[in-house]
Design a protein around this ligand. Structure first.
Ligand code: 4NP
Length: 148
């Protein structure tokens, strides 16, 4: 799960998807394309909205995307088209490139829907992001179940 800062959207995406999967079978992780918040905790507002829905993301710490992530993960979901472009720029071959998609394409393929960056907004933005990611993660979990 990839966003810009790895403190608002992708920590939520990580927590939500992991909550829908067997942790013995699947590793979900998140990172940012920027180095702005490396080592930092998720934004307080992301922690709060996750908690409201029974998900604890307090142990997460921000990391930056690296090319190694192409080797370590089978699916790379980006929150918006800017994150998508940033990750694609780091891809080394078609195998890497094919792992990357916009997370909202899971629900609305080829509609180029971004999960909006809630950082500069209010609490409602975080609630909206949670709902979008919850729906997309349901779809992803069902897809992975079918593949297994
Ligand atoms: P995120 O939100 O990409 O969802 O973690 C942001 C967090 C911090 C900044 C931008 C977006 N920032 O510019 O510091």
């Amino acid at each position: 799960m990839v966003c810009l800062g790895n403190i608002c959207r992708s920590p939520l995406a990580e927590g939500i998807l992991q909550s829908k999967l067997d942790p013995e079978k699947y590793t979900v992780a998140s990172c940012g394309t920027s180095n702005y918040h490396i080592g930092g905790k998720p934004d307080r507002r992301s922690i709060e909205v996750a908690k409201k829905f029974g998900i604890d993301i307090t142990q997460q710490r921000a990391a930056q995307f690296t090319t190694k992530d192409f080797d370590n993960y089978d699916f790379i979901y980006t929150m918006d088209s800017s994150n998508y472009q940033n990750v694609i720029k780091l891809s080394r071959n078609p195998k890497d490139t094919n792992k990357v998609s916009l997370i909202m394409d899971e629900l609305y393929p080829n509609n180029s829907i971004d999960v909006p960056d809630p950082y500069y907004g209010g609490d409602q933005g975080f609630e909206d992001v949670f709902q979008m990611l919850n729906q997309a993660s349901e779809k992803i979990a069902a897809k992975l179940e079918k593949l297994s």
